[in-house]
Design a protein around this ligand. Sequence first.
Ligand code: SAH
Length: 287
Amino acid sequence: MIYDLCDLNVIKKLFNKYGFKFNKSLGQNFIINREICPSMAKECLIYGENIGVIEIGPGIGTLTQQLGLKFKKVICIEKDKRLFPILKDVLADFKNVKILEDDALKIDFKKLVQEEFKNFDKVIVCSNLPYYITSPFIMKILETDCNIKGMVLMIQKEAADRICALPGSKDCSAISIAVRYYSSAEILFGVNSESFIPAPKVSSSVIRISTNGAYRSDINDKSKFFKVVKASFEKRRKKIVNSLSMSLGLSKNYLEEVFDKVGISKLSRAEEIKFEDFINLSNIIEF
Ligand code: SAH
């Protein structure tokens, strides 16, 4: 049997039966717009049909059902134990879905992939993320050396704009550069707040991040590269020379010399710097 989890009466009945109440601090906003979950699952097909899927925060299983219908194996990680009786009920007929109680920021993804997806050549993440974990979660996946090839994620619109921003454009920030180091990111579609219960105060977007697997070989020292990027954006409104000088404790004279060498204008702000220029900058600068 498949529950219609976008029907408010069905949701209310489940909540009453299992005594569930929303927990705001866990970012619980459940999807009730019936177009969204099938579309998100469809966007995962770009990685093939024989893939393993990890879902973060299944909630009452609305997206899980769609993933379970399309893919061979789905592992869900849910922090809120109170949702387990509902998930057990709703997903009773989905033998290919497994729910684990854990925290997406703490779980060892390398081990999870090795244990659960041994015979899969690709694993992806699909999730309507609890918004408070967006950046640390994305960075955690990108920095973990495992077989996760892509992510289809619903996140807050502003975060999506920042994460997918091209270097040199107005929304660009340290996370845009970090994501680009490991992957390519694109916005797939927008989602309004009425698509959820309860309706959040912000709009949302679904994005796709595809990892390259290969790290940038033109970057001499990865940790230095990330330090320079972070320091450049630390004082966002200031010129990058000032921001770097303050954050890294370097003299402006020295920085101006470095900027001349790399061929970047000393008047630039961090969001105006191209990805390649960040690479050149971090390869030359010393601190
Ligand atoms: N996927 C569902 C629910 C999304 S709401 C839907 O689209 O309707 C976010 C979900 O993430 C909730 O179920 C919440 O309990 C869960 N969650 C919150 N923090 C988490 C964490 N750190 N790790 C795993 N799950 C978490």
